[in-house]
Write a protein that binds this ligand. Structure first.
Ligand code: GLN
Length: 456
């Protein structure tokens, strides 16, 4: 804990931590020490973590990197952070992220951009750590903490993990409680660990998971010992390679990374099988209808009354002006865009054409995966991202769709509710990390982690 606190002090330029809790960290570390001495150390005892700002932490600012939650200190602890504390973890502070977890580059935060500790060779252009869990990614990669929490609605754990060369897993929908995690798109959101190794991910996922009656979508199924599943033995496992993920214009390096990963699993005794997931091409459009639709509904609660910011009002302003001014000042441009898109696709005249159609497409995407698993596929291997980390400001702000295209390999997993993991798998020509993604059967994170372990 002390080593991390020192490291954090020297790494302000990364802008990864947005709120520091050194006193709490030291208190929790002392308590962990006593438990270790008493021979009663739980799985995460004394492990210093960073917590994404999307998690409500009792009495500690939790702003989802938005201006609209300025000054908000939750009265309660999220289930995930409580589970981690019960397992002995230490919290170093809160981590930067895209506002309300909307973004792929950590450029929409009210706290400013996060910097990726990696560089392209000798070029010192500042690069994005990815998003939305960019602070988590940067903090783990720069040794500011041993691991961090992330959340993943369309790739926000896996894409930043790939951009900084760490491991990140999005569990099966319902494995981890969403209670106390600021909601973005409730049918897609899941929290998960971002760690330095697959073994760490297995241990931390075990600590985060639980059945939680406070989250109606939390599954009442046992949490297995994920670490015990790490045998490294993948002999006889069937690995599916989906042809629809071989996109036109895919960079050579990504293609090679994918081939190398395939060869590695084959060498380890897995059977490689070409498969088809025919509805893949509709995943991004469906995601960018469903996610904003749910977001526009979830974000209706930020009204200037219940939480955080209230805009300064002029004499004669009524409640409508209060809503309008507060929301105009409190939400950044990307969040406003999502609220507008979401409200539009849910409106009476367009509901069937957009939202209902996207829901049908979602069911087809889910069925593609079900059919692959029913035919005997154990895990699906794809690249995690279409490129290595890009420069901050490089993806034109004027064209948000270009940014959305980053999520092409990750959103299918959220739409289908499946577990997905990103594992660091090599460097590109300029020395930047690249990641592979493995997608598994629902509730079989242990098996998925084990296949990732064989790739590590
Ligand atoms: N980049 C995606 C989006 O902006 C995913 C975000 C996420 O997973 N939280 O919606």
């Amino acid at each position: 804990t002390e080593a991390c606190l020192t490291q954090i002090e020297g790494a302000g330029a990364l802008n990864a931590f947005v709120h520091h809790t050194p006193d709490l960290a030291r208190e929790q570390a002392r308590a962990a020490d006593l438990r270790i001495k008493a021979g009663d150390a739980p799985s995460m005892c004394g492990i210093p973590l960073g917590i994404k700002d999307l998690f409500c932490t009792k009495g500690i600012p939790s702003q989802a990197a938005s201006r609209i939650l300025e000054g908000f200190k939750p009265e309660y602890e999220s289930t995930v952070t409580q589970n981690l504390f019960d397992a002995g973890s230490v919290m170093l502070g809160k981590l930067n992220m895209d506002e309300f977890a909307m973004g792929s580059s950590n450029e929409t935060s009210v706290y400013g951009d996060v910097i990726n500790p990696w560089r392209r060779g000798n070029d010192d252009t500042a690069l994005t750590p990815g998003g939305s869990s960019g602070g988590s990614a940067s903090a783990v990669a720069a040794d500011l903490c041993l691991a961090a929490t992330g959340t993943d609605t369309g790739g926000s754990i896996r894409q930043p993990a790939a951009f900084v060369g760490i491991t990140g897993i999005k569990p099966t929908y319902g494995r981890v409680s969403r209670w106390g995690v600021v909601a973005f798109a409730s049918s897609l959101d899941q929290a998960g660990p971002m760690t330095k190794s697959v073994r760490d991910a297995a241990i931390m996922l075990g600590a985060m998971s639980s059945h939680d009656p406070k989250d109606s979508t939390s599954a009442d199924i046992p949490v297995p010992d994920f670490e015990a599943a790490l045998t490294g033995d993948v002999r006889g496992k069937v690995i599916g390679i989906p042809k629809e993920y071989r996109m036109d214009g895919m960079p050579q390096e990504i293609e090679k990374l994918w081939q190398d990963g395939t060869a590695m699993l084959k060498e380890a005794g897995a059977e490689i099988r070409d498969i088809s997931l025919p509805h893949t091409k509709y995943a991004l459009p469906a995601y960018y209808v469903i996610a904003p639709a749910e977001a526009s509904s979830n974000l209706a609660r930020y009204d200037g009354v219940r939480y955080g910011l209230r805009a300064k009002l002029d004499h004669g302003d009524g409640i409508t002006e209060m809503y309008e001014k507060t929301r105009a000042q409190g939400f950044g441009p990307e969040v406003q865009r999502r609220v507008m898109i979401g409200t539009y696709v849910l409106s009476a005249g367009f509901y069937d054409a957009y939202y209902n159609r996207a829901r049908k497409v979602r069911a087809l995407i889910k069925r593609d995966f079900e059919q692959a698993f029913a035919a005997g596929v154990d895990a699906i291997l794809t690249p995690a991202t279409p490129s290595a980390a890009f420069g901050l400001g490089e993806m034109a702000e004027a064209d948000p769709v270009q940014m959305y295209l980053n999520d092409v390999f990750t959103v299918t997993v959220n739409l289908a509710g499946l577990p997905g993991i990103a594992v660091p798998s090599g460097l590109d020509k300029k020395g930047l990390p690249l990641g592979l993604q493995l997608i598994g059967r629902p509730w079989e994170e242990g098996d998925l982690l084990n296949t990732a372990y064989a790739l590590e």
